[in-house]
Write a protein that binds this ligand. Structure first.
Ligand code: BG6
Ligand code: MG
Length: 215
C-alpha cells in the first residue's frame, strides 16, 4: 500500500493522458481559415482546457463579423465533426508515456480514479485508447454548466467518487485547468512547465515522472 495522503486522483485527459491538442488545433485551424481569422500554434495554447464554445468565442473575437448564436453552434458542430474524423484513427499507441503506469500505480495504492475532461468526446477517446475500465468515474462534460477554470467539474468528480476535495490530487496540463483544481480545494499536480503552471503545487514534465508518494 502507498503512504500517499490522497484517497483519489482525478486526471485530465487531453494533454495529460493523450495528446489530442494537435487534432483540436487542426480542426480549429480549418475553421479559422474559412472564417478569415488568424490562428496559429501559439494561439492554440490559449485554448487548452477551454470548452468548445469558449474556444470558438476566443477564435472569433478577432473577426469583424458578428455571429448569431445559431451561426456559432453550426461552426462548433462543423469543427467537432472534423475533430471526430481526426480522432477516429486513435489507438493505444496514442497514450502518452507513463499514463497507463500512473493509472495502475493509483489503482494498486487502493485509491479511486476519476477523469475530469471538459471534452464531450472524452468517452470516445478513452474507448479508442482502450482505458475506459481504468476509471471509477468519468465526468460527462455534457452535464457540466461551467467550464474550467470553474471548479464544478472537479467537485463533481470528487462527489461521485465519494471523496472529499481535500483528499484529492488533481492532474492537469493547462493554466485554466490547474486553476479549476485549486478552486476546488484540491492539490494540483501540473504536467508541463513550472514557469507556465504557476498555480500548481508541484509540476512534472509528463506522467513518465509520476511518483504518487512525492506530492
Ligand atoms: C479540452 C481541450 O480537454 O476539451 C480543449 O483541452 C477542447 O482544447 C475541450 O476545446 C472541449 O473538447 P470537445 O471535444 O468537447 O470539443
Ligand atoms: Mg488538458
Amino acid at each position: 500500500m502507498s503512504s500517499s495522503r490522497y484517497q483519489a486522483v482525478i486526471f485530465d485527459l487531453d494533454g495529460v493522458i493523450t495528446d489530442t491538442a494537435h487534432y483540436h488545433y487542426l480542426a480549429w485551424k480549418r475553421l479559422a481559415e474559412a472564417q478569415g481569422v488568424p490562428f496559429d500554434l501559439a494561439f492554440n495554447e490559449n485554448l487548452k482546457g477551454i470548452d468548445r464554445m469558449g474556444s470558438l468565442d476566443l477564435i472569433l473575437a478577432s473577426s469583424a463579423k458578428r455571429y448569431t448564436a445559431a451561426e456559432k453552434l453550426a461552426l462548433a458542430d462543423e469543427k467537432n465533426l472534423h475533430y471526430q474524423e481526426l480522432i477516429a484513427t486513435m489507438s493505444a499507441g496514442d497514450l502518452l508515456p507513463g499514463a497507463v503506469a500512473a493509472l495502475d500505480t493509483v489503482r494498486a495504492a487502493g485509491m479511486k480514479i476519476g477523469l475530469a475532461s471538459v471534452s464531450k468526446n472524452a468517452f470516445t477517446v478513452l474507448e479508442r485508447l482502450g482505458i475506459t475500465d481504468k476509471f471509477d468515474y468519468v465526468v460527462d462534460a455534457a452535464l457540466i454548466a461551467r467550464g474550467k477554470p470553474d471548479p464544478e467539474i472537479f467537485l463533481k468528480a470528487a462527489r461521485e467518487l465519494g471523496v472529499a476535495p481535500a483528499d484529492c490530487l488533481g492532474v492537469e496540463d493547462a493554466v485554466a485547468s490547474v486553476a479549476s483544481i485549486k478552486a476546488a480545494g484540491m492539490v494540483a499536480l501540473g504536467i508541463g512547465q513550472a514557469d507556465v503552471l504557476t498555480q500548481a503545487d508541484v509540476v512534472i514534465p509528463s506522467l513518465a515522472q509520476f511518483d504518487l508518494n512525492a506530492y
